[in-house]
Design a protein around this ligand. Sequence first.
Ligand code: FAD
Length: 492
Amino acid sequence: MTQQTITLIGGGLVGALLAQLLAKRGFAVKVFEKRPDPRREGFVGGRSINLALAERGLQALRTAGLADDVLQRAVMMRGRMVHPLQGVSGLQRYGVDDSEVIWSVSRGGLNMLLLDAAEAAGVTFHFGQGLAAADLDTQRITLVDETGTQRQHEAAVLVGADGAGSALRAAMNDYMPLGQRVEPLGHGYKELEIPPATGASHFAVEPHALHIWPRGGYMCIALPNTEGSFTVTLFLPAHGPHPSFDTLPDAAAASEFFRQDFSDLLPLIPNFAEDYDQHPVGSLSTLYLDRWHIDGRALLIGDAAHAIVPFHGQGMNCGFEDTVVLANLLAEAGRDTANAFSEFQRIRKPNADAIAAMALENYIEMRDSVADPRYLAKRELGARLAERAPHYFMARYRMVTFTHLPYAYAYDRGRAQDVLLDQLLRDSSDVENVPLDAAVSALRATLPPLPPLRLDSGLIAAYRSTDYRVRLAKGGFTSIRVDAPVPDALRA
Ligand code: FAD
């Protein structure tokens, strides 16, 4: 039988990884990427310079055989270093040891590594070829290069990994409405740089941390880069009263604001004026679609299907998890791509919706609550419960960041746990007043134990049904029981 061809639009993070996984499963894969080859002409950014890689993304990279290569080029982040307006900075560790850490990776470096791996697996890349139109009846696409020259190409099976502004999504939506809804956050972002330090450490601040300067309605964060610099991101309302990007249009206005609100950070950014004036304000939105595919002809994946705000550091991680599920489904489906695509949507959409909601909630938590006593009391009580009853309590952030539990499960369970913490802390914001034995008993009485947290290497991360049964590599299923009902009393 001839090899089946799959045409990918977009060779970014998700497209390049998917291409490699599909090629390794025996598909002929062609990728059309709008931008020039970053390995020859330099990486053209556009989105964040670096990003946080967590367990879900790592698991997909392990599947592709690339995790070690990527980690060698990454900086470990053990926790959040919170820099309050007044008072002392402190590290809030993610886990008790280095088994629960996240990794700062360079977007350009990662993209190039993924392109090399995909090419080595036999993928054909066509750079400088942007999708201009897709005719789903004739199954032909039109591509345009930077000179405006157009050419046509046959594409019976199309997968759009062309990001939040997906051209394939627009073409599919013209053909059959996808139920698209874009919700702007109303806040934008701007990147600045802390350069490498001179002296013993190459880093101007603690390198093994994700730094946060929470300020209520806005914040700055900083992620380390391997060569000693940090990429700082200012998140701020796009419009409206001070402070917003409207009221801080240039470095002159912004440096006064930074002197007051980020006085410890400003001296670390010697090129503040140039960075602020030259770097654009990025916009942030959440994308929701009712449909991700048109029968077996076209499918959207990654940001093209479910772009989210970046506050859980999960957009790429979620897209990477997508790639493993899709590659497995397509390998299993053979030529029945319609079945694979609809199964992909059924499995992944509830999870994409859940991480979209959690990412929005995490903005409030990062910019505000990490400095709030009530939040810290709940966090402390949660930590004590997790220590005493680790099979019954796990912070939602940990479920999302360090396990393979479906996002939708983490969302539901997190809500139920939160209600319990509120009940336990109802009469007091002081954790010391909560009798721990009684709290553990209440926890065990109200919530089922947690299901297995990680899929070991013998399991394929394909959630096959609404009760999240997991398919075994050698066939058959194992059930990770995540469908135990949450008692009414704990529903928010
Ligand atoms: P993209 O990375 O956008 O790639 C799309 C590709 O398609 C690009 O190469 C583009 O050139 C190409 N393309 C576009 N149009 C066409 C066309 N018409 N024809 C052909 N090719 C085309 N996620 C995390 O997991 N952790 C983080 O810490 C994190 N931080 C973030 C910080 C910020 C400020 C932002 C904005 C996002 C962050 N994300 C993070 C999210 C992450 O960037 C995205 O989820 C991820 O890039 C999605 O990958 P993708 O391949 O789907 O899309």
